[in-house]
Design a protein around this ligand. Structure first.
Ligand SMILES: Nc1nc2c(ncn2[C@@H]2O[C@H](COP(=O)(O)OP(=O)(O)OP(=O)(O)O)[C@@H](O)[C@H]2O)c(=O)[nH]1
Ligand SMILES: [K+]
Ligand SMILES: [Mg+2]
Length: 437
């Protein structure tokens, strides 16, 4: 890389400290020009920074990380400035004045690290997830994914594929000789069939990654006036939904992202379900049912003093909840409900939330395994599975063609970690990073 890149790598200004990061062949030059002389590698050194005319820019900590033992693999530097807008602006301007220096694009530091073999693509993506992690579960998942476990798994599968191809080649070479039995390849095809099921099982694990990254989807369903919107507002601690005593108040789908004990939950309020609704309300009810069909959990809410039954979509886990406990007579028969709550007083809400958290954790109990965590990964895994399937099942095809299918499967797996050419993908992947990473 001929150009040296730089960017503000810390957050919004003003801030206590602002970190400007540099990477590239001009790093030594820049640190000397700014700070007088190069600090000792990896030692934070307090220096006065000066612009090109000798004027003082700031007094700051300066760090030098010589390549290849740096984040990007190139010479890198860090300036820990006082986090004022004008300070940072002046330093960035000075840097852009140096020859072949320019502002980094989004994700460009990480991209250089990838190109210099510091980590593979899945680790780069996991780093991006770590930076956007908002919950404990997301943080832990991203950290585990940043540890090259994907590459190990995919490299193992690629080895199986390469071995299979070698065996098939051998069989092709010897096929003229009458006395060589085809039994070697028989065993290979068994291994390939196993690989196919491993690939399919692995792809299915994506659901867990989706729940962790995007949230466990909970839909509140019930008759009008059950208190669905009141419950959403109570959980979100904000007035997201309009609440009135009029049945049919909510007509659209309303969502709130919650952090429930370290787990991301998307809580959805819906239109009350009833017979003979108005025209707009009917559209809302359709949406409610559509959402409920995609839910990980349905909270079926009823006014426990005047219960109205609502039909549930099949096959989705649900919990029955009696609301308006604060108005309930002592004679109320509690066994009918899994939970009794009051969306007004908050009674019973903690127990309900623990249950939601428990179910979300159960739904992601395989989070410790190596799972695909991007749509991109799943596409390539399914692609590989398709080629493996063709090779394994289309026995009427010539062996050469079946071997070629195995090669294509291996390439698809290689593209996940970036071992196989991915030049066309890099722009899309790294542009999702933030500037300065
Ligand atoms: N006393 C009491 N009133 C409640 C409780 N929950 C909701 N309400 C009241 O019940 C009425 C309906 O509440 P909503 O939250 O709008 O009910 P909803 O299920 O969203 O109604 P729709 O959107 O029309 O389907 C409002 O007057 C609320 O103040 C509760 O726990 N206790
Ligand atoms: K209402
Ligand atoms: Mg409502």
């Amino acid at each position: 890389m001929r150009e040296t890149i730089f960017a503000l790598s810390s957050g919004a200004l003003p801030s206590g400290v602002a970190v400007v990061r540099l990477s590239g062949p001009g790093t030594c030059f820049a640190l000397e020009a700014l700070a007088g002389k190069l600090p000792e590698p990896r030692h934070a050194t307090l220096r006065t920074l000066r612009d090109s005319r000798g004027g003082i820019l700031d007094r700051s900590l300066v760090l030098f990380f010589p390549g290849p033992e740096s984040f990007t693999g190139e010479d890198c530097g860090e300036l820990h400035l006082h986090g004022g807008r004008a300070v940072v602006q002046a330093v960035l301007e000075t840097l852009s004045g140096y020859p072949d220096f320019r502002l980094a694009e989004a994700g460009e530091f990480t991209r250089r690290a990838f190109l210099n073999g510091k980590f593979d693509l899945t680790e780069a993506e996991a780093l991006s997830d770590l930076i956007s992690a908002e919950t404990e579960a997301q943080r832990r998942f991203a950290l585990a994914n940043a540890e090259s476990r994907h590459r190990a798994l995919y490299d193992g599968w690629r080895k199986t594929l390469i071995h299979a191809r070698a065996m098939i080649e051998a069989e092709l070479d010897f096929s003229d000789e009458e006395d060589v039995p085809g039994s070697v390849a028989e065993r290979v095809w068994e291994e390939i069939a196993e690989l196919r099921s491993s690939l399919e099982r692995h792809a299915a694990g994506y659901r867990t990654a989706e729940i962790i990254r995007e949230g466990f989807r909970v839909v509140i369903l019930g008759a009008p006036n059950a208190g669905k919107s009141s419950l959403l507002n109570m959980l979100a601690r904000r007035d997201i939904a309009i609440v009135t005593e009029e049945p049919g108040t909510t007509r659209d789908v309303l969502e709130a992202a919650l952090d429930v004990g370290g787990v991301k939950v998307i809580m959805t309020d819906t239109a009350g379900i009833r017979e003979n609704p108005g025209r707009v309300e009917a559209l809302g009810i359709d949406r409610a049912i559509d959402r409920a069909r995609e839910a990980d959990l349905i909270l079926l809410l009823e006014d426990c003093n005047a219960p109205v039954r609502v039909r549930l979509p099949e096959g989705i886990p649900h919990r029955r909840i009696g609301n308006k406990l604060d108005l309930a007579e002592k004679t109320l028969h509690p066994g009918h409900y899994d939970f009794l709550i009051s969306a007004h007083t908050g009674e019973g809400i903690d127990r309900l939330l623990s249950e939601v958290r428990e179910l979300a954790v159960q739904a992601t109990s395989n989070a410790g395994e190596t799972l695909p965590f991007r749509e991109r990964h799943v596409q390539l895994i399914l692609d590989a599975a398709k080629h493996v399937d063709t090779a394994a099942t289309q026995t009427s095809l010539p062996l050469e063609v079946r071997a070629e299918e195995l090669r294509l499967a291996g390439d698809a797996l290689g593209r996940i970690s970036g071992t196989i050419d991915v030049e066309d993908l890099l722009d899309t992947i790294f542009s999702q990073f933030c500037i300065g990473k």
